[in-house]
Structure formats: C-alpha cells, structure tokens
Design a protein around this ligand. Sequence first.
Ligand code: PEP
Length: 258
Amino acid sequence: MNYRRKIIAGNWKMHKTASESKTLVQDILTELKDWNDGDVVLCVPFTSLAIAGSILESQTIVELGAQNLHQAPQGAFTGEISAGMLRDLFVRYVIIGHSERRQYFRETNALINQKIKTAITSTLKPIVCYGETLQEREGNQWRSVLETQIKEGLANFTEAEMETVTLAYEPVWAIGTSKTASPAQAQEAHAFSRSILNQLFGKTVAEKTRIQYGGSVKPDNAQELLQQEDIDGALVGGASLEARSFATLVKKGCQPLS
Ligand code: PEP
C-alpha cells in the first residue's frame, strides 16, 4: 500500500439539468454521510455549478469540479468559461484534456498545457487526462503515446506547481464502452506514467502525484483496480450518475482487499 490518499471524481459530462443535479448532489451526500476515507469530487456541467456549489460549500465530504475551462483569464471568447468564473462558484477542481475534448474539440497537448497553467495560477486543481486509443494499444505504441501526452501536457511546470495536479490515465478504448483495462494492464500504464513523472520532476513529485484510472469503472471492479500499487483513484463517467452506485463505488474503491 502507498500513502497517497485516494481521489474519486465523477464526470457527469453533458448529463443532468440544474434541478436534476440538485437532487443528485443531495442524494450522493446522503449516501456518503460521514465519509472521510478518500477525496470525492463531482465534476458537474457548467449550468449546474451554481446550485451544486451552494449545496457543497457548507460541508467537506464532497468537493466541486468543472469539466473544462478556457485558458485566457477573460476576454472576447463567446461561449467560454474562465477560471475566475469557476472559482467564484466554489469550484476546486477542473478536468483538463479529457479524450472527448481532444477528439471532438481538437484539443492539443500544447493547449492542454496552457489550460493546466491557467488552472494552477487560479488555484484550481487540475485533473489532467491522457490515454491511448485502441489502435495505439493494439499497435503496442501506448508507451510512446502516454509519454508524449505527459511530457507535452506538463511541459515547463515546476515541482511546486505539480503539487495540486492529479493525473487521470484513461485508455480511450475503455471510456463508456464497458471494456475495462485489466488491473494488471492499468497498473503497468500507471507505473510507466510515474516513471515519466520521475524523469520530468524527480522522485518526490513522482511519488506524491495521484494518478486516477478512468474507463468503465463500476462498483464491482473499483476495488481490484484501486488496490493496484500505482492507482490512486478513479475518474468515473457512467457510474457517477446514480447516487447509490457512485457511493458504493467510492466506498469499495477506498477499501483494502481482504
Ligand atoms: C470518463 O468519462 O472519464 C469515463 C471514464 O467514463 P466511463 O466511466 O463511463 O467509462
């Protein structure tokens, strides 16, 4: 067992209206009453941040996250959301570089690097996603793909800046597909990612940085995945949209295998 505290984040993607979000946040808090064995973050749609923030600001069990931000502090960027706007709504975390943003919105490693910088400067904690496609996995290119994404995404950050960064290894072929990486496959990719952090920032950062696994994590596979030495939590899509299922996943994921 390592000493890193587990971190489990729900990514609601483009699901739930503000009023549906209010109910789901309240139900998750009820299910996780008195929970303190790991960090829990809910990354809700922009339109639900205000209502979720107003519920979450008075407690410490669940923290609020967003799913994206714009890299500029403000300006003529119609339809975009700044880090300052997120901070003002009690947002603490922000997902950056999700594969859906890379694929459908053409986000590059260079842009992701700028967004991470903006988040850190604004005291938002970035959850930085990276991962290979099925073709890259089958072509045995996954190591070089992960290495490039990590090195370019985290280029020019200091050790101090890395303190609030969480990584999320999400093999694209496992997201929303019900195909999960096996615990051994996921562990291998996480250990490899940590070795890249070691090259970039040294041992202390490599050992301290939390790396979540994401890709069809469910209540029944969370425990085995999260007990792997280098897996420090989960980024959860589908299974975070139902309170009981998400709370069960959180509890099982943070429980040692007996
Ligand atoms: C995700 O959206 O980051 C994700 C991992 O989704 P799912 O859990 O549904 O595969």
